[in-house]
Design a protein around this ligand. Structure first.
Ligand code: RB5
Length: 163
């Protein structure tokens, strides 16, 4: 897969370890910054990686900040993004299987590099199960269209799908 990665200055030092690990798993990785420990703002990188994934330029994204929280919130503002912040592998795996997450976030001040790698591995390997989970993910996607004239048509043309 093609993986986009980004971090703020706090996540910066963990990033090379994750890039190397993801490459070893056989994926292609592109780093969207930041490029140093100089103080910066996590929304810049959350948005950038999210836009690349949402546009289809990358299959998935990985984001790192101090807690993983801010950068993941920023990513979730981009339509089409389902970003999860994880500190353990169970949620990472289920976020793929049930929620079809396309961005994984974690905190360099929260977890160490070995746990981060374990979380990354289960998240990259797990597949979306679809079925009843697809209906729920579609309901989230429908919310993104609520300011669009097409929204009511899409939402109510398919009652069974949503209820
Ligand atoms: C930066 O100090 C810190 O707030 C950031 O890395 C992140 O933890 C935000 O959610």
């Amino acid at each position: 897969m093609k993986i986009a990665i980004g971090s703020d200055h706090v996540g910066y030092e963990l990033k090379p370890t994750i890039i190397e690990y993801v490459k070893k798993m056989g994926h292609e990785v592109t780093d969207f910054g930041t490029d140093s420990t100089e103080r910066t703002d996590y929304p810049i990188y959350g948005k950038k990686v999210a836009e690349e994934v949402a546009k289809g330029n990358f299959d998935r994204g990985i984001l790192i900040c101090g807690t993983g929280v801010g950068i993941t919130i920023a990513a979730n503002k981009v339509n089409g993004i389902r970003a999860v912040v994880c500190s353990e592998p169970y949620s990472a795996e289920l976020s793929r299987k049930h929620n079809n997450t396309n961005i994984l976030g974690f905190g360099s001040r929260v977890i160490g590099s070995e746990l981060a790698k374990m979380i990354v591995k289960v998240w990259l390997d797990a597949e979306f199960e679809g079925g009843r989970h697809l209906r729920r993910v579609d309901e989230i996607a429908a919310e993104e269209l609520k300011d669009n004239a097409e929204f009511e048509k899409i939402r109510f043309s398919n009652d069974e799908k949503y209820y």
